[in-house]
Design a protein around this ligand. Sequence first.
Ligand code: ATP
Ligand code: MG
Length: 252
Amino acid sequence: MGLSLKGLSKTYFNPQNNQSMEVLQTLDLEVETGSFVSLIGPSGCGKSTICNLVAGIEVPDTGDILLNGEAIQGTLGNVGYMPQKDLLLPWRTLLENVLLGCEILHKDKRQAHIEAKEWLNQFGLSPFSEHYPHQLSGGMRQRGALLRTILFGKKTLLLDEPFGALDALTRQEMQRWLLSIWNRTRHTVLLITHDVDEAILLSDKVVVLSQRPARLIHEFNIPFSHPRDPDELLLSSVALDIKRQLLYLLIH
Ligand SMILES: Nc1ncnc2c1ncn2[C@@H]1O[C@H](COP(=O)(O)OP(=O)(O)OP(=O)(O)O)[C@@H](O)[C@H]1O
Ligand SMILES: [Mg+2]
């Protein structure tokens, strides 16, 4: 059970130059319920396309996307999705932004407010709930966008480079923080990243993709139980060995 991609293919056609571009070629991928899987691969290989397909924004040419055994391709609203360029709406406060999903789903307003305030507290964002996005730091905005995704209320999350735009130190903080949040919620997560340490630290499985059209090159099982100690884990010989292999695959 969980999320299964079976034989997914996707080609985009560009009417301007009459050319088609094959982005995915019979891709298979399994994300077991409650597990954390990272996808890592060259820029432009098709990672965001995979997320768009799972989220139902795009439709595959061939193949199936199963969520707990049920085909979901082409249908919206099955998973929480934090797209690569996630922007909080500038005219809404942080609280109003994180309540967006609840509004779309027509959830009870008062209950949604109570829930959102509890989560803002857990995310360390309570003092900023009435701030507008331009009054927040980059890390806070990303936490807000992630909270909005979680409050959409789905057990499965797609996170497309959630920390890609942050400086190295903030990114490290955010990874550790996401790890502790995930320990509590145990969502089923598909994370896209370019950061090898991030993938190893957070994941149960790291999947390496080829250049476009994206094919699965290798899957690494990350053999550490949860909860994890980030410093101990990343400096362990097992993690360093996986990192070496991952970097080799990405560079060659
Ligand atoms: N809607 C679309 N129409 C046409 N081409 C598209 C569309 N979406 C993506 N592409 C093309 O598909 C290819 C893969 O794009 P995608 O965004 O999936 O890559 P990515 O692996 O997420 O890259 P990055 O690591 O830079 O985010 C790119 O060449 C892109 O131009
Ligand atoms: Mg992308």
